[in-house]
Ligand binder design. Structure first.
Ligand SMILES: NC(=O)c1ccc[n+]([C@@H]2O[C@H](COP(=O)([O-])OP(=O)(O)OC[C@H]3O[C@@H](n4cnc5c(N)ncnc54)[C@H](OP(=O)(O)O)[C@@H]3O)[C@@H](O)[C@H]2O)c1
Length: 165
């Protein structure tokens, strides 16, 4: 799973991201460069240019009429994730990326083994929040702090978490 949250778990507002963080976007592109991406319909629609290039975009929606050119559409999450896994396996890739939003993360928290969680050191008005989760169930493998600068409007920490077994 890959997510960026504010201090209160904020994810988005008005179907947009909350913070302009170039270094975090670069990290997102790096870690998801080849993996199939699993996302909800609103996250899909939030991208100014879609699909995100170079990897399968897999969208969950309950609207069977949804047109999402360039994406693979599924009406529930288990087959979406199964398809993502199959596409990854076919490409010789070990991971799939679950990239939000809130309901998709809630389901992802049940199955994900690794999480890249960017914690922004700021608060913003939001209408979507990351689900509550048990931090103790996750071991921190690394934490990298990025200072605020011209490209990153807030300071943030990118944490690599691994589910404890
Ligand atoms: N900060 C971050 O890391 C991050 C990451 C991703 C997104 N975001 C932000 O979060 C917001 C979007 O997230 P969101 O939570 O509002 O929406 P979302 O999860 O992207 O999409 C919600 C939609 O996905 C479909 N869906 C969800 N669960 C499903 C299921 N189990 N089976 C089938 N379809 C399912 C439904 O689509 P239908 O209504 O079409 O049926 C639902 O309305 C935006 O503001 C975006 O910028 C932030």
């Amino acid at each position: 799973m890959v997510a960026a949250i504010g201090r209160r778990g904020e994810l988005g507002f008005g179907n947009r991201l909350l913070f302009r963080l170039k270094a975090d976007m670069a990290n997102f592109r790096r870690i998801t460069a080849k993996t199939p991406l699993v996302m909800g319909r609103k996250t899909w629609e939030s991208f100014p240019k879609r699909p995100l290039p170079g990897r399968p975009n897999i969208v969950a929606t309950r609207n069977l009429d949804l047109k999402a050119p360039g994406a693979f559409v599924f009406s529930s999450l288990p087959p979406a994730i199964a398809a993502a896994r199959a596409m990854a396996a076919q490409a010789g890739i070990a991971e799939v990326s679950i990239i939000g939003g809130a309901e998709i993360y809630a389901a992802g928290l049940e199955i994900a083994t690794h999480m890249t969680l960017t914690e922004v050191e700021a608060e913003q008005e939001a209408d979507v929040f990351f689900p509550q989760f048990d931090r103790k169930a996750w071991r921190e493998m690394s934490a990298v702090r990025v200072e605020m600068d011209a490209d990153n409007e807030e300071a943030f920490v990118i944490r690599e978490l691994e589910r404890r077994v």
